[in-house]
Write a protein that binds this ligand. Sequence first.
Ligand code: F6P
Length: 491
Amino acid sequence: MKGLVVAANRLPVELSADGRLNPSPGGLASALSSVTAAGTQWVGWAGPEAARPKPFDHGDLRLHPVFLSPDEVDRYYRGFSNAVLWPLFHGRLRRVELNRAWWNSYRVVNRRFASAVAQIAPLGGTVWVHDYHLLLAPAMIREKRPDLRIGLFLHIPFPNAQLFAMLPWRREVIKGMLGADVVGFQVPDDVTNFLAAAKRLVDPRMVGRTLFDGSHSVDVDAFPISVDFTHWDELGEGAASAALANRQELAVESVLLGIDRLDYTKGISQRLRAFGELLDQGLLDTEQCAFVQVAVPSRSDVAAYEDERDEVEQLVDRINVKHRRRNGSVPVRYIDYSLDEVQMAAWFRAADALVVTSLADGMNLVAKEFVAARGDLDGALILSEFAGAAQDLDGALIVNPYDIEDIKQAVLQAIQMPVAERAARLRTMRAAVQHNDVHRWARTFLTRLQSSASTRTDDLVLRPGGGDLATRRDLANRRGLDPKLVETIPS
Ligand code: F6P
């Protein structure tokens, strides 16, 4: 889309201390980078090492760095975004860390992002705001630039209304989000949760999934994100010999794989515990199987992440000490650094099964990358029912990650699965990912944004003979009339 402005916490690249540019961590940056067209402007943070860099071009994109002081990185990013919203939205708030200084900083930084967008967006242009770091920005942008069409997409789950209502600033957050014309979520449950929270906390007028807030309507829907299928398919094809080398190095019959950011929502301990118990019980043979766990360090100065790292590393040690092989090698290969896409594809192709046991997860793009990279049709996917991807990937072995026995059964089933069944399941999953790839996701969202931004409150009408509300367009469509002929009620 021409003239699009993207606003996300991170730019697609991070500036290192010596001035080099590295790809930003996380699925959001890579998913978006593969769909942004030439001329797109992107407003975001250039990482902790960036001073106050000026706007610069990166490939076809124009990047506008937003400066964050060390204090803001602490309060807005580590504090409010990653120690309040992240755990709350994933249903894992351990301590109630509802720090008011963090909230104030979150507001200040959201306003800074909104001002940056307002300054650069072309007249009548389109803005796409991403994720939980910027939930206040849509309303702030609208206040400054009512001419813009504003979309918001949340990459993580939205919690149920009861949980969300714990947040002292819950109304401000909902109102911030309602500044958008379209609010997108990963799965229908998130939509239901958001609508319930909006009803309970700000009670806007609602027609189905369209809310009317002040001067504009807000279209709320699920838009499940995906991956660049062709890209991962090609990476998989190109990785055949590196995959073989990985297998030869491990020298076992069965290889299980996990690739995650080291995050307490990913259920890494749960899957390792399941693997350890299978070894303890002799249901897996330490001489003949390996678990490769890639745990990419993430948000390591947030306390809960340090605890998670300690727990995972202790588990790995315990399993490896107890089940050391006769030749001195160990069954869990723990990789605690980030891999590039080529290396990831080589592990995807080397594995008999990818194990995804998230306790809560907006989508989990790794699961879809694995499916796209397995053009050889020879791998199984074990997938948590609490990952958004479970709703798109018929063919995965779905598990409840809180139930260790369930994970163990799935691991055994995956390892023993006949070749024909693996292929059939992968075929189904690959067709789904190929059809709904990241390009379709972006197109669907932006097309909806183009059409729904034209619904304004003065389009609201009463259904004849009844008191409930409908949009003029909706009513006209049903009766085959010109929308202009349907009477408008003054709001
Ligand atoms: O949606 C999950 C997310 O927060 C994304 O914004 C990002 O891609 C990823 O996790 C990485 O997190 P961070 O930006 O905190 O390193």
